[in-house]
Design a protein around this ligand. Structure first.
Ligand code: HEM
Length: 222
């Protein structure tokens, strides 16, 4: 059964849709969590601490966070591997190629591929920047408020984050729509609602994530 799903084009698209929706759920929660920064260091750092003590005393310190991390890594890997294999299949099925290479894939497909690559690179940078602090001078473990303010003091980091978040908005807009079609939710009557939902989701996520670097740049968060 698992082999059939993994081996077929439809199966890979279904894996992409489900893993994409898992990541989307994480992003909505992460975005709302980030907005707590506007309530001050006590609230924001307290929220980060709560994330680590979630499920205690049944779970030990950081166990819930690690369970979430394992689920997320599984979703990212499944999504990336299927995307790569589907695009290889797409290219292999047209061995002769087109006269105009750009006509080979649609605008949306190319945007999704490049958007996916940018987001993968962003996630690696973002974890080294704000989770491990490897690339950030002055990183203080356990003080995410201070670390976020420090991270957005460098203008180029703001540019990179904002560009990545815009790429995320476009990716979610098209990805949510594609996932709905793959999972069979599309129909002539529902398509307008699905498109509207995709637009609202993309807009809310983009605005919510961009608000933090903009908040630091304007001095609202300091
Ligand atoms: C632009 C605004 C963003 C801000 C201010 C922000 C802030 C943060 C902070 C402070 C952490 C560390 C949390 C902690 O250690 O308690 C974190 C972790 C993380 N963020 Fe973001 N984030 C942003 C956007 C994003 C985006 C767009 C993505 C995904 C595409 C993302 C994915 C992650 C992931 C995967 C982690 C690691 C979670 C973990 O394992 O602890 N973030 N973020």
């Amino acid at each position: 059964m698992a082999r059939t799903v993994w081996g077929s084009t439809v199966g890979k698209k279904a894996v992409m849709a489900v893993s994409g929706l898992v990541m989307l759920l994480y992003l909505v929660v992460h975005m709302f969590g980030n907005l707590k920064i506007f309530f001050g260091p006590g609230t924001f750092d307290g929220y980060a601490h709560w994330l680590r003590t979630l499920g205690e005393p049944f779970l030990h310190y950081e166990w819930a966070l690690w369970i979430i991390r394992v689920g997320l890594v599984a979703a990212v890997v499944a999504h990336g591997v299927c995307a790569y294999q589907l695009s290889r299949r797409d290219l292999r099925s047209r061995p002769v190629g087109y006269v105009r290479p750009r006509a080979r894939s649609s605008y949306a497909t190319r945007t999704m591929r490049w958007g996916g690559v940018i987001l993968a690179l962003f996630i690696v940078w973002h974890i080294l920047d704000l989770t491990t602090g490897t690339v950030q001078r002055g990183f203080v473990p356990g003080h995410p408020y201070h670390n976020v303010v420090a991270a957005f003091h460098d203008w180029w980091n703001n540019v990179f984050y904002i560009a990545a978040v815009l790429a995320l908005g476009l990716h979610v807009r098209h990805g949510f729509w594609s996932a709905a079609q793959t999972l069979g939710a599309g129909s002539p009557t529902r398509d307008r609602v699905l498109k509207g939902t995709a637009n609202v989701l993309a807009l809310v996520l983009t605005a919510g994530f961009v608000a933090v670097p903009v908040g630091v740049m304007t001095g609202l968060v300091s």
